[in-house]
Ligand binder design. Structure first.
Ligand SMILES: Cc1cc2nc3c(=O)[nH]c(=O)nc-3n(C[C@H](O)[C@H](O)[C@H](O)COP(=O)(O)OP(=O)(O)OC[C@H]3O[C@@H](n4cnc5c(N)ncnc54)[C@H](O)[C@@H]3O)c2cc1C
Length: 311
């Protein structure tokens, strides 16, 4: 992982920096670029607008690790409500969830039990729940919980694989064998070289390898990237292998490469936009900033400017 990305992720842990983003109007403007708003109504309005432009959505209520059973139960209620509200708004009910928000730190059984009512609701409204993949400390546990849930809820639950992890090829083989729906991403967390490729060349090469496997044998894989080279590689492979556009979809994050989102949708590709919303946007936002040097430079300049004025 490059130095810029590591620095941003390290600096972002500082409480003063976080306070700055909550208070400064210019900084808040940058946040609004990546986060659809603070309420579910905000996110539903964005999803409805995308639907008019032939794009689908997956909604993510922002938040990360919870440490009490009560907080985890509150998250269950939120996710159930999101599925119902999407169905009522005539949107395809599709949400992305994090197991740490559902009590994974309290034990695997807590997260698994909390997923059940969410997936029962998904089945009821013919919806879909994607389990986001978090840091590598959670990978094995997340996959084990997924397999257990998949056995009961099959087409209503899906998982994410990160191409920066060495283990991912084995995971993809297993998930293809199961017939599970996979979203392929590069990976957004700071991981050590004991578990993850560090160079973008290796991460990208692995991405292409996994993308090809998923297009060949996966169940409606989601190719989630903004990287033009990887999007071209996917389209090229699909054309060469006569794999129809209906067999996979592209996914991108709200606010990132809107031009490319519009282009792919206009070409008739499935294009799903990941729409994060909520008051707990800070960790998500810093990962987006860390991904792109231009964003990071912009933010560091804003921070420096502020400290010069304060001095
Ligand atoms: C739908 C979706 C779901 C995801 N779910 C997960 C998950 O569950 N777990 C996980 O670890 N990661 C997840 N990610 C994040 C992913 O791992 C990457 O961190 C992120 O997508 C950036 O990688 P990239 O493939 O776009 O390539 P990059 O090499 O990072 O970017 C390629 C190009 O895209 C543009 N771009 C990328 N990011 C930005 C940005 N923030 N701002 C502006 N331009 C940008 C730039 O032009 C850049 O040059 C998800 C990503 C998407 C799209």
């Amino acid at each position: 992982m490059n130095l810029m990305r590591r620095s941003v992720l390290a600096v972002s842990d500082n409480g003063l920096v976080e306070g700055f983003f909550h208070r400064n109007a210019l900084a808040k403007g940058l946040v609004d670029r990546f986060v659809a708003g603070e309420t579910l109504d905000d996110a539903l309005a964005v999803a409805t607008d995308l639907q008019l432009r032939q794009m689908t959505a997956t909604l993510d209520q922002l938040g990360e690790n919870v440490s009490t059973v009560e907080e985890a139960s509150a998250a269950v209620a939120v996710y159930v409500d999101m599925l119902h509200r999407m169905a009522a708004a005539k949107l395809e009910p599709n949400i992305s969830v994090k197991l740490t928000m559902l009590g994974l730190d309290l034990g695997d059984h807590v997260a698994t039990a909390n997923m059940a009512p969410i997936l029962e609701t998904a089945r009821e409204v013919d919806g879909f729940v994607r389990i986001d993949m978090e840091g590598s400390a959670y990978t094995a546990r997340t996959l084990a919980i997924f397999e257990q849930l998949f056995a009961t809820f099959g087409p209503h639950v899906g998982i994410v694989v990160q191409s920066y992890l060495y283990r991912s090829e084995r995971d993809v083989n297993r998930l293809i064998e199961l017939g599970a729906r996979v979203r392929l991403v590069k990976g957004a967390y700071a991981e050590p070289d004991t578990v993850a490729y560090q160079s973008s060349r290796q991460i990208d090469e692995n991405y292409v390898r996994l993308m090809e496997k998923l297009l060949d044998g996966g169940a409606h894989p989601a190719i989630a990237t903004h990287d033009p080279a990887l999007i071209r590689a996917t389209q090229g492979y699909a054309t060469r292998m006569h794999i129809g556009q209906d067999r996979y979809e592209f996914q991108m994050l709200y606010g990132v490469r809107r031009d490319e989102q519009n282009r792919l949708a206009a070409e008739g590709h499935g294009m799903r936009v990941y729409i994060p919303y909520g008051t707990e946007w800070y960790p998500y936002f810093t990962r987006r900033i860390a991904e792109r040097p231009a964003n990071a430079v912009f933010v560091l300049r804003m921070l420096l400017d502020r400290s010069n004025h304060a001095a």
